[in-house]
Design a protein around this ligand. Structure first.
Ligand code: ADP
Length: 484
């Protein structure tokens, strides 16, 4: 088959603009696909920081008369990424201070429906025979609700090019009131259960899931879980109906950015052959975060959005019991005010034993992965999760709830799994504070056995989480869709 041409439409992409895991995927998967010979180009909104990081741009298309939208242009230019980018420049919709989805006060932009309807619309046009570019697309690959209307447009207004819709998190659906429909150039006939309707409203994600030729999500276990009520967010019926067209593919990680043997953020680099550097990172982390410097006490790390999804409330609840064990705890993240306050209060109450950094820090996130002994991720649900993958690569066994991609990527440490070399962390079922506590206790027990701990760390660091494996699975999906 000749070279596959894929348009990858996304609302964020590392290192240019990032709020979460979607940016990591958009930064890495297209590059991995290109390495395997796929001609993939990324469509991304021209947010202020994206344009600021772009030099020598050239206008390759203009969209002056899309009904309901301000004039927009498509730019190509040089950025820090090697993957060809198509930047959708529309100053009225994308150039503003604040994040991709929210203003500086943390409120959703009031015109998000219009902002991402434009992204979807342009994605569909570029993938169709009406594209102003000479480049012809074989597959349109959409990601999350922000590009969910694109498969609908391809079906309703254009035809031919198949689309794949990837769900990175079902919790975010892009639901807007029904009257938004007309402003977004969707026909009234599309507003129904067999279309873009979601319980009387318009759902961008539902549109993508209904109209895309194939659906993927970011772990096999999550692909199964979203077909049931607990995690289906009202779309379990549709997903069950489409289960033949639904594939779970575990995300990879950027093994160059996340490499303990070559990481500029670390006090000392290390590898399986030279593990001594890990202790230097623990010491540096304890110093930086104002924890007592103690090589012996197990140090637990957390890097997370502070939200209900991530289950940090359970960890905060048992923190006073944990310090008695003793263990130390370092937390990095931001989110719900109540959780931030609780984390800060714990740090004040247990100086030297608990530290919290409220905010975002790329450097500290690497230092925690390297310096902590264990990484805690008790998510209530987790489509894939990245930090448990990073932590394994850094020889920091994760302690996780058995859900989504956490269950797919971490093998619980037992006598058997230690023996067969598959153990890579600690997994608990039943989302309660006591279960989390018992599992941390179990992890501390293994930590105290030097031989077992060494073996566990070695297993973690030997695992292959490279993007190549995942990219091959996406290519299989593309081929399957094209053969249909
Ligand atoms: P989600 O996308 O649900 O937030 P993931 O585990 O899939 O969770 O990805 C989170 C990504 O964001 C990871 O790359 C993680 O390291 C990073 N991250 C989250 N919070 C912070 C923070 N406060 N500082 C630095 N990096 C963070």
């Amino acid at each position: 088959m000749s070279e596959l041409k894929v348009l990858f439409a996304t609302s964020e992409m590392a290192p240019l603009i990032k709020t979460g895991g979607l940016a990591d995927v958009s930064g890495a998967l297209p590059a991995a696909l290109r390495a395997l010979g796929v001609d993939v180009r990324v469509l991304l909104p021209g947010y202020t920081p994206v344009l600021a990081q772009m030099s020598q741009h050239e206008v390759v298309a203009t969209f002056d008369d899309l009904p309901g939208f301000p004039p927009a242009r498509l730019l190509v230019g040089d950025t820090a990424t090697d993957v060809p980018l198509l930047v959708l420049d529309c100053p009225e919709l994308y150039q503003r201070a604040g994040g991709p989805y929210q203003d500086t006060g943390g409120h959703d932009w009031a015109d998000n429906a219009r902002r991402f309807a434009l992204l979807s619309r342009v994605a569909a046009i570029l993938a169709s025979g009406e594209s102003p570019l000479p480049w012809r697309v074989d597959i349109l690959h959409c990601n999350d609700w922000q590009t969910g209307l694109a498969p609908a447009h391809l079906n309703l207004w254009h035809s031919g090019t198949p689309s794949v819709m990837t769900i990175h998190n079902m919790a975010f659906q892009g639901v807007f009131s029904a009257h938004t429909l007309e402003d977004l150039h969707l026909p009234p006939s599309s507003f129904g259960i067999d279309g873009v309707e979601y319980y009387g409203n318009l759902s961008f994600l539902k549109a993508g899931l209904y109209y895309a030729d194939h659906i993927t999500t970011v772990s096999p276990n999550y692909a199964n879980e979203i077909q049931y009520e607990a995690l289906g967010f009202g779309l379990q019926g549709l997903l069950t109906q489409r289960s033949e067209d639904l594939t779970g593919i575990l995300n990879g990680i950027d093994t160059e950015e996340w490499n303990p043997a070559d990481d500029d953020y670390l006090a000392k680099t290390y590898s399986t052959a030279r593990m001594t550097g890990k202790a230097a990172n623990k010491q540096a982390l304890q110093q930086r975060m104002g924890l007592s410097v103690d090589a012996d006490v197990p140090l637990l790390g957390v890097i997370s959005r502070f939200t209900y999804q991530k289950g940090l409330d359970l960890l905060l609840e048992i923190a006073p019991r944990l310090v008695e064990l003793p263990v130390q705890l370092v937390m990095l993240g931001s989110g719900e005010a109540g959780m931030q306050d609780a984390a800060r209060a714990l740090a004040v109450r247990y100086p030297g034993r608990i530290a919290a950094h409220i905010g975002y820090s790329e450097a500290l996130s690497h230092q925690i992965e390297a310096g902590a002994d264990m990484f805690v991720m008790p998510s209530r649900f987790e489509p894939c999760g990245l930090n448990q993958l990073y932590s394994q690569r850094y020889g920091t066994p994760p302690i996780v709830h058995a859900t989504g991609g956490l269950a797919d990527s971490v093998t619980d440490c037992t006598a058997e799994t230690l023996k067969d070399g598959s153990a890579s962390g600690f997994v608990f079922s039943g989302m309660t504070a006591d279960n989390l506590y018992a599992t941390i206790l179990r992890a501390v027990g293994v930590y105290r056995d030097e031989k077992q701990w060494k073996a566990l760390r070695k297993n973690c660091m030997g695992k292959d989480f490279s993007w190549q494996r995942s990219a091959e699975a996406y290519i299989d999906v593309y081929r399957k869709v094209l053969e249909r």
